[in-house]
Design a protein around this ligand. Structure first.
Ligand code: NDP
Ligand code: GDR
Length: 370
């Protein structure tokens, strides 16, 4: 039976990948960070009592900024496969924490590769690097494929560029099975709450239930190639099962503006919204602040622009060409965007319905004692 080690196991992809690998019979080890609050919500359902016999899911404390723990854990686990999903993954936050982002996302990858090499595991341990469509940044060509030149547009993307190339370099220099999956945006009900899709589906649910009035957003004209995380972790696994280590673009090939995602999400909750303005100002610059680009449902403005969410440098258009993955890996996504939006909105509606009920019930109970 194979053993896998996942960094970033507490994140969106870490949770789906753990489920997939456990279902395939793997022993799954994960690195989690110490935090003052519990950060294992997404994987709590997979927890196994460490005292039980045949435990197949184990967590280790660690951090990508500390090579000593990475070396110790890899030595102890002797993994057949490492999935490096750990990262400071928020593009906008990377402008606020550029040095930390470089350390965790860039040098963190080097630390893992070097640990494999130092421990003499280059012939045993395969490694998957979570590369990203953010590498393409400023549009050079569309659709973006494995041969499209990179032009990163954020400290996050620049850190991931280092990680991409150091992975290629260790593959070429030491003949390691080290691969990049260049994954385009993928979402799910487990998506972090401040990424645009989840922020929208949470906002839509709260507005539909009368718990919130308005959603404040940034650039609604950005276009993304959105898929479902469940499909994308399948691709990660496939990338490590090939005869030859190679890099792959994983995408749907369809791009959608943020404003259309908003429209679809509201429609899913039974609310039709209409956008006023297209966000292009008199100079033809896409991305404008102010009332130019609000969305209204009859009688209520439900989306407004807050320039705080604009990025110093933006990635305007991403659309991936997944033909290599389709041909060589036989990978095909099962979800399309409408199915993704449906799942995310219905999960958030359920979440906030329960929260509302709790609040109201709590309020009533509290009132009884007044
Ligand atoms: P999340 O932000 O949901 O998860 C990131 C994970 O990394 C969390 O488990 C987090 O821990 C962990 N982490 C953060 N910093 C460190 C650190 N210093 N040391 C160890 N672990 C750390 O990201 P996703 O699951 O969405 O993405 C997984 C990977 O794929 C990331 O590397 C991301 O950059 C990349 N990627 C994601 C895409 C997407 O659309 N989702 C597309 C392309 C690439 P904690 O829970 O404690 O915060
Ligand atoms: P991205 O995802 O930057 O593509 O990185 P995000 O969902 O944060 O932004 C997508 C686009 O939406 C625009 N946008 C907003 N974004 C956020 N977060 N909040 C807003 O209010 C808002 N309004 C508009 C953004 O400007 C952007 O253009 C994600 C991350 O998962 C990375 O780790 C991963 O590498 C890439 O996807 C592929």
């Amino acid at each position: 039976m194979k053993t896998a080690l996942i960094t970033g196991i507490t994140g969106q992809d870490g949770a789906y990948l753990s489920e997939l690998l456990l279902a395939k019979g793997y022993d799954v080890h994960g690195i989690k960070r110490r935090s003052s609050l519990f950060n294992t919500d997404r994987i709590d359902h997979l927890y196994q009592d460490p005292q039980a016999p045949d435990v197949r899911f184990k967590l280790h404390y660690g951090d990508l900024t500390d090579s000593t723990n990475l070396i110790r854990i890899i030595q102890q686990v002797q993994p057949d496969e490492i999935y490096n999903l750990g990262a400071m993954s928020h593009v906008q936050v990377s402008f606020e924490t550029p040095e930390y982002t470089a350390n965790a996302d860039g040098i963190g990858t080097l630390r893992l590769l070097e640990a494999i090499r130092l421990l003499g595991l280059t012939n045993k341990t395969k490694i998957y690097q979570a590369s990203t469509s953010e590498l393409y940044g400023l549009v050079q060509e569309v659709p973006q494929s494995e041969s499209t030149p990179f032009y990163p547009r954020s400290p996050y993307a620049v850190a991931k560029l280092y990680a991409y190339w150091i992975t290629v370099n260790y593959r070429e220099a030491y003949n390691m099975y080290a691969c990049n999956g260049i994954l385009f945006n993928h979402e799910s009900p487990l998506r972090g709450e401040t990424f645009v899709t989840r922020k929208i589906t949470r906002g839509v649910a709260q507005i539909a239930l009368g718990m919130q009035e308005k959603l404040y957003m940034g650039n609604l004209n950005a276009q993304r190639d959105w898929g479902h995380a469940k499909d994308y972790v399948e691709a990660m696994w496939l990338i490590l099962q090939q005869e030859k280590a190679e890099d792959y673009v994983i995408a749907t090939g369809i791009t959608t503006p943020v404003r259309d995602f908003i429209r679809m999400a509201f429609a899913e909750a039974g609310i039709e919204v209409e956008f006023k303005g297209n966000g292009v100002n008199e100079k033809g610059i896409v991305r404008s602040a102010g009332p130019d680009i609000t969305a209204v449902k009859p009688g209520q403005e439900v989306v407004a622009i807050d320039p705080r969410y604009f990025r110093p440098t933006e990635v305007d258009l991403l659309i991936g060409d997944p033909s290599k993955a389709q041909t060589k890996l036989g990978w095909m996504p099962k979800y399309d965007l409408p199915a993704l939006v449906r799942e995310m909105v219905s999960t958030d509606l359920e979440l906030f319905r329960r929260e509302k009920l709790l609040k109201e019930a709590g309020f009533k109970i509290f009132n009884q004692y007044e």
